[in-house]
Structure formats: C-alpha cells, structure tokens
Design a protein. Structure first.
Length: 204
C-alpha cells in the first residue's frame, strides 16, 4: 500500500492534487501514474505533491495511488546526461568557505555526485537535481541577483540546477555550461532533463 501521507484532493473539475512526503516520492508517483491506464492530460510532480490534470475519474486515480509502491528514482536504465561546466562562478569561493574546503574540493565534490532530475519548476526547463548530502546544504543567498545568466550551474539547499534562461535568482553560482536544457525544437521534447534523468557534471 502507498504511505498514508499520499492524499488525493480535488482542486478543480478535472484536476486532482496528490500530496506525498517528499520530492523523490512525488517523482516516483508521477512516473508510476504515467505508466498506468490513467486517462489524463498532464501529470506534474512538485516538491511534495503531484498534480493530475484532465481526469474526471477520481476513484480510479485513488485506486492507482493505493497500489503505488514508492521506489527510488535512481535506475541504471535511466538516461545519463553529462554536463560540461566551466567552474568559474562568482560564488565558488563562498561555497568553499561555507563548506570549509578549497575551491578545488568544491569542484571535486560536485563532479563526484550523480544527480537525478526530481521535478521541474521555477522556469521552463529548470530541473531540480537531487543528490547532494544534507550536510552540504546551503541556504539561499540573502540578496538574490537581479539577473543570472542562462547556463549558470547553481546550488541552493540540497538542490542543484541549471538556469535555462536569464532570470533573477538567489542560488549560489558554481560555474556555467553551454548545454541547452530547454529547446522547443528538440525532437525528444524541449526539456533535456525530465524527471528520472541521471546527471553528472564534468570539468569543461
């Protein structure tokens, strides 16, 4: 049975919100629902919930949620995307200071983690990448930047992300990449890092 924290709430005529206990559970449930015989227009995972839009059959949705068995997102069969990074970000030294290590060690740690895309938000193509240990968590910057360049690779809390377009942002900038994470012309879909994708950063 699914955990009791999985609660199905109606949020519109044909929309339902399933509350779960965390981001990985939400991503796991979204993958499960997409693999089932559920007629809907969209399944969208978030930090602690999954939005199912375009289904009027709430009872069927509830039955599927009850059958769901939470599982980790990490799978050797999931696609792996390598992202080359120039580690010259303006916050690299401050991250090193907060972690109590050298700049070189920050790069070693960041490139040594296999991240997994857990959910998308903030902007089209922005994937929240999990994988950082909790003791490496960083609070957001006290003063967000008015403009963060596209391709910036950044950290906040236990998340890593790549800014798809120039935008304001309060994350810590480690470096930059030329990889395009949101491309409407991409044949497989505009998002390079949909939920479940494994991600490794490498030194450019």
């Amino acid at each position: 049975m699914a955990p009791r924290t999985a609660e199905v709430l109606a949020v519109g005529g044909e929309a339902h919100l399933v509350r779960v206990e965390g981001a990985e559970a939400a991503a796991s449930l979204a993958l499960w629902l997409r693999s089932q015989d559920l007629r809907c227009t969209e399944v969208v995972p978030a930090a602690t919930s999954v939005l199912v839009d375009g289904t009027a059959d709430a009872d069927h949705l509830r039955r599927l949620v009850e059958q769901w068995q939470p599982s980790g997102l990490r799978s050797a069969d999931a696609p792996l995307v390598e992202v080359p990074v120039s580690y010259d970000g303006p916050d690299l030294s401050e991250v090193a200071r907060r972690w109590g290590v050298t700049r070189e060690e920050v790069v070693r740690r960041h490139t040594g983690v296999e991240f997994v895309a857990t959910f998308s938000g903030f902007a089209p193509g922005f994937s929240y990448l999990s994988g950082l240990p909790s003791d490496w968590a960083l609070p957001r910057r006290d003063s967000p930047r008015a403009r963060v360049p596209a391709g910036s690779v950044a950290l906040a809390d236990v998340w890593c992300g790549i800014y798809p377009t120039p935008s304001p942002g309060g994350w810590w900038l480690l470096g930059r990449t030329d990889v395009v994470v949101w491309d409407l012309a991409r044949e497989q879909g505009p998002a390079l890092l949909p939920p479940g994708t494994r991600v490794r950063f490498v030194v450019a």
